[in-house]
Design a protein around this ligand. Structure first.
Ligand code: SF4
Length: 234
């Protein structure tokens, strides 16, 4: 049955047809298996579902054109870091510098994130894993649209499944609301523990926001201290 389904989906994927179940569950705080059969349906590509390593996943994503963001990108920004990281940072999507370099969180906001990791947490950037909800830069850095998130989030879910971090730190309003399927403001969500795919998730402000609002760095430090404390017993 599963093999027949995969053959059917592969044929559709090769024909450029995306299959999206009408009743795809979108639960808040899902604690479901990392990439379910429904994610296979969304990507339409069994190679994504069956990837055993991050390299295999990146190869399966290939020169992705599953949503309209592909047309404006210089590089698809997959993710970087330790494939067995205990902490994973997730942002919204690549900005200009990230698009040009193909690496998440470079540029000024990226430097601030690096400072949080190195000076705040006492880790190296290579110790953690860093990725975004969408892998291609939205034009003019607008928020990703629902169909773009729908197309790309299965890749993030699979990354989380492969890395299996102890803690996810979600950066910024968009990533937080997207991962938690919540409309609540980040000011209410940050600083509290949540869950994504069965993994503890700490929402906090985006480094780019901190560049504009340096007075809120102390709030991020409060959130990061909770992460450091939780890692001791994780
Ligand atoms: S944003 Fe994601 S789904 Fe859209 S083209 Fe890029 S990799 Fe593919």
């Amino acid at each position: 049955m599963a093999a027949a389904l995969r053959r059917h989906l592969t044929a559709k994927a090769r024909a450029g047809i995306r299959v999206i179940p009408k009743d795809r569950p979108r639960e808040s705080n899902p604690v479901a298996p990392a990439l379910s059969e429904s994610s296979l349906l969304i990507t339409g590509d069994p190679a994504v579902y069956e990837s055993k390593t991050l390299d295999e996943l990146r190869a399966a994503i290939g020169d992705c054109r599953r949503c309209k963001l592909w047309s404006g990108r210089t590089h698809l920004v997959f993710g970087v870091g330790n494939p067995s990281a205990r902490v994973m940072f997730v942002g919204e999507g690549p900005g200009r510098d990230e698009d040009l370099q193909g690496v998440p969180f470079v540029g000024r906001a990226g430097q601030l994130l690096t400072d949080i990791i190195t000076k705040g947490m006492g880790l190296k950037r290579e110790d953690v894993y860093i990725a975004n909800v969408v892998k291609c830069r939205p034009p003019e850095n607008r928020n990703p649209e629902p169909d773009e998130v729908e197309s790309c989030e299965p890749f993030l879910k699979k990354q989380v499944d492969l890395v299996r971090p102890k803690i996810i730190v979600a950066l910024g309003k968009f990533a937080v609301q997207c991962l938690l399927q919540s409309k609540q403001p980040i000011t209410r969500l940050r600083g509290q523990w949540h869950e994504y795919q069965g993994i503890k998730l700490m929402p906090t402000f985006h480094p780019a926001y901190l560049l504009r609002n340096p007075g809120d760095k102390k709030l991020v430090w409060e959130d990061i201290k909770k992460v450091i404390e939780a890692l001791k017993s994780a």
